[in-house]
Design a protein around this ligand. Structure first.
Ligand SMILES: Cc1cc2nc3c(=O)[nH]c(=O)nc-3n(C[C@H](O)[C@H](O)[C@H](O)COP(=O)(O)O)c2cc1C
Length: 177
């Protein structure tokens, strides 16, 4: 009996994995957004996609206190779009969680690279971000405006950089997906 139940559970998990209709796509330079993305993917058995820059960010690249750093140069040129190593194919998914860290209160330019070069027409997009202190602000609306496709954007959520798992799972519960 126990064996049958185990087999049934494994089968159920396999079937739900195959039919996952939710993707979690994220960019994370120092691992905080990645932690939240992992919790969402585990909880919803969603597929996980990391947006990797073609040129990885070193810690000196990320030093926003240094006026000459890579992030400052990118920030000072609003039209600059850092290249992605690759762009995920999300055509099979209905719902896409989109995660990013807040840089100067906004999504990093590389997230715009993704948004402007994908087609997520007709999907439901759920933005989430991590930051030390800034709120989500208009970061998600600005991404929506930049998208050359039309989708249903749900209200996003900002987590503290060190958000614990419970904070993320209770947000997911409230979403009632
Ligand atoms: C270039 C840069 C700019 C940042 N700007 C902000 C900001 O405006 N507000 C804030 O609260 N945190 C800011 N942070 C902190 C990050 O949002 C925070 O550490 C986030 O959790 C990092 O996520 P990650 O580890 O997924 O990259 C900034 C960090 C960097 C590297």
């Amino acid at each position: 009996m126990r064996k049958t139940l185990t087999i049934l559970t494994i089968l159920l998990l396999a079937v739900s994995a195959v039919y996952a209709d939710t993707a979690v796509v994220y960019f994370s330079a120092t691992g905080n957004t990645e932690r939240v993305a992992n919790v969402i993917a585990d909880e919803l058995r969603a597929d996980l996609f990391e947006l990797l820059p073609a040129e990885p960010y070193s810690s000196s690249d990320l030093n926003w206190r240094d006026e000459g750093s890579r992030v400052n140069e990118e920030h000072n040129d609003p039209s600059f779009r850092p290249e992605l190593a690759s762009s995920p194919d999300l055509s099979a998914y209905d719902t896409v969680f989109l995660g990013y860290p807040l840089w100067w209160g906004e999504a990093p330019h590389i997230v715009y690279t993704f948004i402007e070069n994908s087609d997520l027409s007709g999907k439901t997009i759920i933005p989430f971000a991590t930051s030390s202190s800034s709120p989500l602000g208009n970061s998600a609306e600005n991404l929506e405006e930049a998208a050359p496709w039309s989708a249903t954007w749900l209200e996003g959520m900002r987590f503290r950089s060190r958000a614990n798992e419970n904070t993320v799972t209770s947000w997911l519960d409230d979403l009632n997906l």
